[in-house]
Design a protein around this ligand. Sequence first.
Ligand SMILES: Cc1cc2nc3c(=O)[nH]c(=O)nc-3n(C[C@H](O)[C@H](O)[C@H](O)COP(=O)(O)OP(=O)(O)OC[C@H]3O[C@@H](n4cnc5c(N)ncnc54)[C@H](O)[C@@H]3O)c2cc1C
Length: 330
Amino acid sequence: MSLVMNLPEQNTDVLVIGAGMAGLSAAAELQRAGRRVRVLDKGRGVGGRLASRRIGEASFDHGAQFITTRDPRFAAALASWRQTGVVEEWCRGFAEKADGHPRWRGKPSMNSVAKHLAHGLEVFVEKQVVALHCLQDQWRAETNTGEVYSASAVVLTPPVPQSLALMAAGGFVLPPEMHARLAAIDYERCLAVMAVLDGPSHLPPPGGLAPAEGPIAWIADNQLKGISAEPAVTIHATHAFSLEHWDGDRPVSGRLLLEAAAEWLGAGIKTFQVHGWRYSKPMRVHEQACVILNQFPPLVLAGDAFAGPKVEGAALSGWAAAEAILKSTT
Ligand SMILES: Cc1cc2nc3c(=O)[nH]c(=O)nc-3n(C[C@H](O)[C@H](O)[C@H](O)COP(=O)(O)OP(=O)(O)OC[C@H]3O[C@@H](n4cnc5c(N)ncnc54)[C@H](O)[C@@H]3O)c2cc1C
């Protein structure tokens, strides 16, 4: 009953759930092909793990740190973003591990890439989908505030456990074997510390380092990277540290990580914040670039768990999902 009462005024061809790299890539491709597309995201803005934050005059990339390319199609997209001024080369490797392979950073920060992709798309933020219902030839996505968005096809791009939960809540049952394979996709966790320093850090140029041991997986100087006016470091904890401290007090975990980073900080800490990425990186990647879960009405699952645990993989998966929808709806 509530579904009928909350029907939106306008139906759409394709509903994309999630405005991260995968969802935005799928939506842009579908819109380019002439489909009416609507994107819903639970966050306050677009980008998902392509995330940036400001603390005063300091700027941080606290999710994805840089973009790399291997696939020719993604390389072409990146070249166009470079021309538009949305990305620029950060470096060609870090310290002794410099391998000559370009690392691209968003300009002015990583989230700008997502904002650029979202331009011209119908994106609704702060819309948390809680259930996905299949009603005859339509999908209906219900949000936590009781709104319902209907569409002839759906692309689901949240991390896989979250996508499975939406389907289960809507009573959409997957074949047991497929469910088991998708349910086996687990993700690393990552506690991310963003600290504003009172002076330059001791990190060597170009400002990124992956320690070989200890609780820190990655530390970056956002000022050396060229995105922060003030000295500002991002620290990513290892999965093991993040798992152990996940339910603990976040400021306490943040202080432990800052202590572990002391030799690279070399300056006092003015202030810091901690962000927890529950679904940081998929530990295993599905063998297909996207998964068609229902032919009619089409339902496709996409994201970095399908074409590779990186920004590039998420884009490739989003494009594969768009192609699957276009094929099944022509
Ligand atoms: C700490 C960290 C460091 C990383 N470093 C790098 C790196 O250096 N280079 C690299 O290439 N990759 C890196 N990655 C990985 C990269 O960020 C991801 O692979 C990529 O951004 C994933 O994009 P996605 O669209 O698949 O998922 P996401 O970006 O997670 O997008 C999914 C979206 O779905 C939304 N959503 C979830 N549930 C719902 C719901 N119920 N209703 C509505 N919306 C919902 C979320 O809000 C989110 O915006 C890093 C990731 C992390 C976390």
